[in-house]
Design a protein around this ligand. Structure first.
Ligand code: MG
Length: 260
């Protein structure tokens, strides 16, 4: 099932679900919370007549660094022996079609297409075996990074923490197997990144077990599972499209701060 957050007319943002029919996709409301019991109402609103928002307002956003060997190597970094992780602030989150804003402090902002895990249940010290029970679903993310600032700073908070540096969406897919899905990133239609989730150094089960040995995972937390090789610059006027096969495509225009 595809879970969405959306705007319809002048109503407040709401969670809903998407139904795919031969005639198109239709949105329906849900009654209740995606994290507890909920009831699906009729999907009778054409997707074109609503605006999709980021499918969730996350709590913690945990990013995994260097989780694809080829990406670690393109930065001259070693493959980590244990998962390397960092936090992105929830204030960086934007939804589909919202602009990524290039800040004046950086001359080198780059895309990082990633598979994103959405946590559905509170847990600590989870084993890899039980970890999948704690997942609500999966979405696509772009771990936008100011590469020059990442190199300059001792740690990554500034480089990965600017407003708009965490596009996610377009929806949360609850039925998805993360073992072997194609991840691609296109900028202005040109392919920049292509890999499979099977090339992750630490898989989703191992990441959940490891992160939950440090911090309690809560419903609505996100784990961004790392990006494949091929990261590259984003410039004013670009359109960046991150796709995970089986999940969908997350599209965002790029604008310079103050130009909109
Ligand atoms: Mg990343």
């Amino acid at each position: 099932m595809r879970l969405i957050r959306y705007l319809k007319g002048d109503q407040p943002p709401a969670y809903g679900w998407l139904l795919d029919e031969p005639t198109g996709s239709y949105a329906g409301a849900i009654e209740g919370s995606p994290f507890e019991g909920f009831r699906r109402m009729d999907a009778d609103t054409p997707l074109q007549s609503i605006r999709l928002l980021s499918p969730i307002l996350p709590g913690k956003i945990i990013g995994i660094g260097r989780n694809y060997a080829a990406h670690a190597h393109e930065h001259g970094a070693e493959i980590p022996e244990i998962p390397l992780f960092f936090l992105k602030p929830p204030s960086a989150v934007i939804g589909p079609d919202e602009p990524i804003v290039l800040p004046p402090q950086s001359q080198q902002v780059e895309h990082e297409a990633e598979l994103v895990v959405v946590i559905g249940k509170r847990g600590r010290w989870l084993s890899p075996e039980e970890s999948l029970d704690y997942i609500l679903g999966y979405t696509v993310g772009n771990d936008v990074t100011a590469r020059d600032l990442q190199r300059k700073d001792e740690q990554w908070t500034r480089a990965k923490g600017f407003d708009t540096f965490c596009p996610i969406g377009p929806w949360i897919e609850t039925d998805f197997d993360p073992a072997d899905s194609l991840i691609t990133c296109h900028v202005n239609g040109e392919m920049r990144q292509m890999s499979s989730t099977r090339d992750m150094i630490f898989n989703v089960r191992q990441l959940i077990a490891y992160v939950s040995s440090v911090m309690t995972l809560e419903p609505g937390d996100l784990i961004m599972t790392g990006t494949p090789a091929g990261v590259g610059p984003l410039l004013d006027g670009d359109l960046v499209e991150a796709t995970v096969e089986g999940l969908g495509t997350l599209r965002n225009p790029v604008v310079k701060e103050g130009s909109h």
